[in-house]
Every structure is written in C-alpha cells, then in structure tokens.
Ligand binder design. Structure first.
Ligand SMILES: Nc1ncnc2c1ncn2[C@@H]1O[C@H](COP(=O)(O)OP(=O)(O)O)[C@@H](O)[C@H]1O
Ligand SMILES: [Mg+2]
Length: 252
C-alpha cells in the first residue's frame, strides 16, 4: 500500500487541501484505509472543505497531553479518518523543536495503522513542513503553472525536498494537459540543471470551477461532481500512485 504521503507546496493556495481530501477519498474508494492529517496547523481547513464542526483536533491533543488517536474523526461520506488541525492557534503554527519531534513520531506510529496516510502540510519551507515531509515515504510537490508557484516550488525543492527518495510533482490548475506538461517540464529542467535531481511528474489536475463549487458547498468533489474533469484527474493520480506501488513490489 501507499503508506505515508506528504503533500507539500512552496506557495499557498495551490490546492494541497483539495488534493489531500480528494486523493484520500479516491484511495478510500478502492477499499484502502486512509488517514488525512491536517498538519497546516495555523491555517487548518480540512474541516471546512468537508463541512465538519469538530472539537477533536490535533491542537487539543497537544494542549491536553492526550494521545492523537483519541482525536481521530471518521468522516462518513468519504470513509476517511481525519486528524483535523485547529485553525488560528498561533502557538501551534510556530511548533518546532522537541514538541515537533514528539508530534512527528506520534504521527508516524498512528500512520502505520493505515494503508495510506496523507499529510496536508503548511506551504513553504518551515520546520514542520520539512520534518513531516522527511518522515513520509513519498512526497508530492504541488505547483500550478503560475510562475510564482513554480519559483516557490523550486525553493522548497532546493531547501527541503531534493534528497527525498519518494518525490514526485503534481501540477494543479492546469488549463489542459499540455499546459500542465509544460509547467512540469520547466520545473524538471531547472531541477536537473541546478540540483542534479530528476523530478518525475505523477499527476496533472486541470483547472475546474466545480472544485470551488464543491468547497463552497462543503461536499467532497467526487460526490458533488463525480464526472468533473478534475475528479477524473485526481482518480488517475490515485491509480498511478497505486500502480507505482504494485510495480515497485513486483520488481523487488
Ligand atoms: N484544479 C483546480 N481548479 C480550480 N480551482 C482550484 C483547483 N484546485 C484548487 N482550487 C482552488 O484553489 C483554492 C485553494 O485550494 P486549497 O486546497 O485550499 O489550497 P492550499 O491548501 O494549497 O492552500 C480553493 O479554494 C479552490 O477553489
Ligand atoms: Mg490548505
């Protein structure tokens, strides 16, 4: 199975949370047990995407010294297990050092009980992003074709992800496949030239207004718009991750 999968980006607003929830949902539909961890602690919003009002979240576990497992929320529509983040907890946004280390280890243990555990990480190159990305077996770098998103993706790659053994790129909000492929090629060429690092593309997700509609209605994309182009793209991404897994096992 997929195991731990970090979802990271240089720039915010590129679709990490949408992709974490929708990819998690697509994987859960194949029968996998899936956990989504909202690790974007200062700006957590997995709960908003899914219309949940919950007082069980990571922040409480930390504040009250309770085990993370007590804070897991089962979301009935998607079948996902969620470890939600508290929004607007400044102290958590700055989490680092020994507290971060303990949290990372506890998340690792929790994730081991699932077929796939997706970490929705804070944008940028902060300690939490780098620590949790390093913990994960695979890391998906999310960028859009916008120059600023590509530049920030390169910065994260350079500072934190270039040595990650399970790294792959996802281009989100592509106008079409060609637009996504072009953006991926631009970033991959730069990474090869300056970092001596190959950057395989694992998925391209098209720009699709139905995503905003699903978020506005706080419904999962795959339920609200099962036939949306973006839904098909995320399902293809899920298949490609599962396929790589099977191919990897056959080869070993
Ligand atoms: N493929 C897409 N097509 C259209 N809009 C998208 C797409 N992906 C994300 N968005 C929009 O971008 C916004 C930010 O997405 P979000 O997942 O919250 O980003 P992040 O978690 O990286 O900050 C969302 O409100 C959503 O409407
Ligand atoms: Mg987010």
């Amino acid at each position: 199975m997929i195991g731990t999968l970090a979802i990271a980006s240089g720039k915010g607003g590129v679709g990490k949370t949408v992709l974490a929830v929708t990819l998690g949902h697509a994987l859960a539909r194949t029968g996998a047990r899936v956990l989504v961890v909202d690790a974007d602690l200062g700006l957590a919003n997995v709960d908003v995407h899914l219309g949940l009002v919950e007082d069980r979240h990571l922040g409480r576990a930390l504040a009250e010294g309770r085990p993370l497992v007590e804070m897991i929320v089962r979301e009935p529509t998607t079948g996902l297990d969620l470890l939600l983040g508290p929004s607007g907890w400044r102290s958590l946004a700055a989490l680092e050092g020994e507290t971060l280390e303990r949290l990372a280890r506890e998340i690792e243990v929790l994730a081991a009980g699932y077929d796939a555990a997706l970490f929705d990480l804070p944008a940028g190159i902060g300690p939490r992003t780098l620590r949790l990305a390093r913990l994960a077996r695979r890391a998906l770098l999310i960028a859009t074709p916008e120059p600023t998103a590509l530049t920030d993706a390169y910065a994260l790659l350079k500072v934190g992800l270039k040595d990650h053994p399970g790294l792959g790129l996802v281009v989100n909000m592509a106008e079409d496949r060609a637009d996504g492929t072009n953006a991926a090629r631009t970033l991959a060429t730069t990474a090869r030239r300056f970092l001596d690092r190959e950057l395989p593309v694992v998925g391209i997700v098209r720009r699709d207004p139905r995503i905003a509609d699903a978020i506005a209605r706080q419904r999962p994309l795959l339920v609200r718009h099962p036939n949306a182009p973006a839904a098909a793209d995320v399902e293809e991404l899920a298949r490609s991750l599962l396929g790589a897994e099977l191919a990897g096992r056959a080869a070993s």
